[in-house]
Write a protein that binds this ligand. Structure first.
Ligand SMILES: [Zn+2]
Length: 668
C-alpha cells in the first residue's frame, strides 16, 4: 500500500482544490485508475504516480530535449507561435507540455511583474491556478468526446473576449485529429487570423489525420518516445521518492513495457508497488521488488523459460520444448503469448548479433545481455531469420487455430524439426552442387515420422560415368534440372554434352528402334511425331522392323519410314512391316513413365521432404533429367556416331545456362 509521502502532502498544500482524477469535459483524459488499495486512508486521497509526478517545468520533461530547446529559444526571443501542434505516441507528455507552455505564457513571476518566460515560477496566481486546472483562461478540450462544429464554435466565441485573469487565453485541444471536417473548417478562420491574446495548443497521436491547412498554421513539435534508459532512470527516481526499492532489472522491464510512454510506465510502476508491498517486497527493510514480480504482472513468461524454450528449439529438441510448454500451460500461461516472447527474444538476439555493443547496453535486462549474447555468438543470422519468420507465421496460425495450445506446440515441433537443417541459403547452395566440399547434409527424422526412413531407393538412370554403389543423393546437374541418382556425383561436369554426345555420323544405320526414330527426326518431322507418339515397336531385327500403329495415325506410315531408312542409309534392304501384336509402349509413353518415376523418387527423397518442411508452400516442379535423351529415356548403350544430325545441344559453356534453367525448374 502506498501512503502519500510527506513530499506529497507538502506539494498538495499549495493547491486548495486538488482535481479529481479522470476525464472531464475540460479535463485530462487521465491515466488508468489506480490499483485498489484496501487500506487506503480516506483522509489523504491516493494520487496515481503519473499525476503526482507530472512534470511542471520544461526541465522536468524527460526525453524531449529538442522540443524544449526550441521552445526556450522562442521564449527568449519573444517569438512564441500562436498555434502549436504537439504530436507523439500516448503518454509521452503532450498535454503536460501544453500546460507548461500555458504557464510560461501567463506566468507573472513571484513578484507579479514578470513577463512570459520559459521558466514559469510556479507560485504566482496564474501558475498556481493552471497547475490546479482551474485557470479561467486556460481551457482544455478533449476532441475525442467533443468532435462537432458546435463545440468548436464555443471556443471561437470565447476567443473574442479578453483574458479574464491571465495574459493569454490558451486553448488546449487534445486528440485534435478527431474533430469533424466542419469543425476544422470553423477553426481554420480563427487560426488564419488569431486574436493577439489567444494561443492554440493542439495535441494528437495521429498527425496524418490533421488537415494540412491546419498543420500549416501551427508550429509542430514531434515528441519522441522516451528512450528506455531515460525511462528506467526516471522510474528509479520516482521509486526512491516513494521509498520503494526495485531491482534494476525490474525497472528495465517496466521501462521496456512502457514502450516510450512515461505515463504508461508510471502506471505499471504503480501496479508493481501495490503488488510488491502486498507481497512484502520493496519496503526499506524488505527485499527489492524483483524482475519475477514485474514479469508476472506484465504477463511475461519467466524470461529464463523463454530462453530455455528458444534453446530447445534451436537444438532441435521437441521433447524439451514440449515439457516447457506443458509447464507454462499448467501454470495458466498463454502459449501464444509465450511464442510472442520467443519471437521478441529472437529479435533481440539478432540485434545483438548485428550490433555487438548492445551486449553492454543497460537497456537490455541482464538475462538478455548474458544469455542473449551467448546465443548471438552461436546461432548464425540466417537461422535466426528463419526462426523469426517461422514464429511469425506460427503466431498467426495460433490466432486462427481452435486450440491455441495445439497450434503453438505444432509451431514449436516444426521449429525443432528444421533445427539441424542448414539455413536456406546453404540448402540451396548444396542443391545447386556449388558446395561440393560441404559436409553431408543431416536431415533430422524425429521419432514417429516414418516417411523419411522408408524412402524407396531411387531408380537409377544409367549414367555414362559408371554407377558404383553408394547412398542416394539429389543434385542439380550442370545444365539445370534435378538428378536423382544412387551415388553422389563429383562436381558438375560442364563438358558433359561433348562427352556423352559426340558429333553424330548422319548416315550410320540405326541399331535400335530409338535410333531409328531419331534417324527420322531431322528428315521427316511429321513422321517423327507419329513414330514417337503413336507407334509401338513389335520387333527390331535390321533390316526388318515390325511395328503396330495406332488408329488414326499417319496413312502410309510404314512405307514412309521404309523410304526414309532406305534413302538415308543408302541400304535398300530396310523393310517395315505392320503387325497386329501389341508391342512396346510408344517412346512418348516410356518417357512419361520415367519422368513419373523420377518425380516419385524426388518426392520421396529425404532432402526434398526436408525442403518441403522448411518451405511449407513449396511445390515440386517439373522433374527433369538431362542425362535422358530427347525421348525422356536413358541413353542406350551405343557407340558414337548414330544420333540424328539436328539434335539440339547445349553450348559447351553450359555454365551460363545453368542459372536460368534452375529458376524455372524444380522448386518453383
Ligand atoms: Zn508563475
Amino acid at each position: 500500500m502506498t501512503v502519500p509521502s510527506d513530499q506529497d502532502r507538502s506539494e498538495e498544500a499549495g493547491l486548495p482544490a486538488p482535481p479529481a482524477d479522470g476525464p472531464g469535459l475540460f479535463g485530462d483524459a487521465g491515466p488508468p485508475p489506480a490499483p485498489v488499495t484496501p487500506d487506503a486512508a480516506p483522509a489523504a486521497p491516493y494520487r496515481v504516480l503519473a499525476r503526482k509526478y507530472r512534470p511542471t517545468t520544461f526541465d522536468d520533461l524527460i526525453g524531449q530535449e529538442t522540443t524544449v530547446r526550441i521552445l526556450r529559444n522562442a521564449f527568449a526571443l519573444g517569438r512564441v507561435a500562436h498555434a502549436f501542434m504537439l504530436t507523439g505516441v500516448r503518454g509521452v507528455g503532450k498535454t503536460t507540455t501544453a500546460r507548461i507552455i500555458a504557464r510560461a505564457l501567463n506566468c507573472t513571476g513571484p513578484d507579479g511583474k514578470g513577463g512570459p518566460t520559459a521558466d514559469p515560477c510556479g507560485v504566482c496566481p496564474n501558475c498556481v491556478a493552471i497547475l490546479a486546472d482551474r485557470h479561467p483562461d486556460v481551457l482544455e478540450m478533449d476532441a475525442a468526446s467533443r468532435t462537432g462544429v458546435d463545440d468548436v464554435r464555443e471556443i471561437i466565441e470565447a476567443t473574442r473576449f479578453r483574458p479574464m485573469q491571465g495574459r493569454m487565453k490558451v486553448f488546449i485541444i487534445d486528440e485534435v485529429h478527431m474533430l469533424s471536417r466542419n469543425a476544422f473548417n470553423a477553426l481554420l478562420k480563427t487560426l488564419e487570423e488569431p486574436p493577439a491574446q489567444v494561443t492554440f495548443i493542439f495535441a494528437t497521436t495521429e498527425l496524418r489525420k490533421v488537415p494540412v491547412t491546419v498543420l500549416s498554421r501551427c508550429q509542430t513539435f514531434a515528441l519522441r518516445r522516451v528512450p528506455q534508459v531515460e525511462l528506467a532512470a526516471h522510474f528509479d527516481r520516482v521509486a526512491q521518492a516513494e521509498h520503494v526499492r526495485f531491482s534494476p532489472d525490474a525497472l528495465s522491464l517496466i521501462a521496456r513495457a512502457a514502450d516510450g510512454s512515461v505515463r504508461d510506465g508510471l502506471s505499471l510502476l504503480d501496479q508493481a508497488i501495490a503488488q510488491g508491498t502486498l507481497d512484502g517486497e520493496g519496503g526499506t527493510d524488505a527485499a527489492p521488488i524483483g524482475v519475477d514480480l514485474v514479469a508476472g504482472m506484465l504477463g511475461l513468461a519467466d524470461r529464463g523459460l523463454v530462453f530455455d524454450l528458444l534453446d530447445a528449439v534451436l537444438e532441435g529438441r521437441p521433447d524439451r520444448a514440449l515439457a516447457i510448454t506443458a509447464d507454462v500451460y499448467v501454470r495458466g500461461g498463454d502459449l501464444g503469448v509465450m511464442l510472442g516472447d520467443v519471437l521478441e527474444l529472437v529479435h533481440t538476439v539478432s540485434r545483438i548479433k548485428a550490433i555487438p555493443a548492445l551486449r553492454n547496453n543497460p537497456e537490455l535486462p541482464e538475462a538478455e545481455r548474458e544469455r542473449g549474447a551467448a546465443l548471438a555468438e552461436r546461432v548464425p543470422v540466417p537461422v535466426l531469420g528463419r526462426t523469426w519468420q517461422m514464429l511469425l507465421k506460427g503466431l498467426s496460425e495460433v490466432e486462427q487455430a481452435p486450440d491455441r495450445r495445439q497450434a503453438a506446440e505444432m509451431v514449436l515441433i516444426r521449429l525443432c524439426y528444421v533445427a539441424d537443417l542448414p539455413p536456406p541459403g546453404d540448402l540451396v547452395r548444396r542443391m545447386l552442387g556449388q558446395d561440393a566440399q560441404a559436409a553431408p547434409l543431416r536431415v533430422s527424422e524425429p521419432a514417429g515420422d516414418g516417411g523419411g526412413a522408408a524412402t524407396p531407393a531411387a531408380p537409377a538412370p544409367p549414367t555414362t560415368s559408371g554407377n558404383p554403389n553408394g547412398g542416394g543423393g539429389v543434385r542439380m546437374v550442370a545444365n539445370g534440372g534435378m538428378r536423382v541418382e544412387t551415388t553422389p556425383q563429383p562436381a558438375p561436369r560442364t563438358g558433359k554434352v561433348a562427352e556423352t554426345a559426340p558429333m553424330p555420323d548422319p548416315v550410320a544405320p540405326p541399331r535400335t528402334w530409338r535410333e531409328a526414330v531419331a534417324f527420322v527426326s531431322g528428315r521427316d518431322a511429321m513422321l517423327h511425331g507419329h513414330l514417337r507418339h503413336a507407334t509401338h515397336l513389335v520387333s527390331f531385327a535390321p533390316p526388318l522392323i515390325e511395328i503396330r500403329i495406332e488408329r488414326n495415325s499417319l496413312p502410309g506410315l510404314a512405307r514412309r519410314l521404309e523410304t526414309v531408312l532406305r534413302e538415308g542409309t543408302g541400304d535398300p534392304a530396310w523393310q517395315v512391316r505392320l503387325s497386329e501384336e501389341e508391342g512396346e509402349a510408344t517412346l512418348a509413353e516410356q518417357g512419361a513413365e520415367i519422368i513419373q518415376l523420377h518425380r516419385a523418387a524426388a518426392q520421396a527423397h529425404p532432402l526434398v521432404q526436408a525442403a518441403m518442411q522448411v518451405f511449407p508452400t513449396a511445390r515440386l516442379g517439373e522433374v527433369t533429367d538431362h542425362a535422358l535423351d530427347d525421348y525422356g529415356l536413358p541413353p542406350e548403350e551405343m557407340a558414337a556416331g548414330n544420333l540424328a544430325p539436328d539434335l539440339e545441344f547445349a553450348p559447351l559453356d553450359a555454365d551460363l545456362v545453368e542459372e536460368d534453367d534452375l529458376d524455372s525448374d524444380d522448386f518453383a
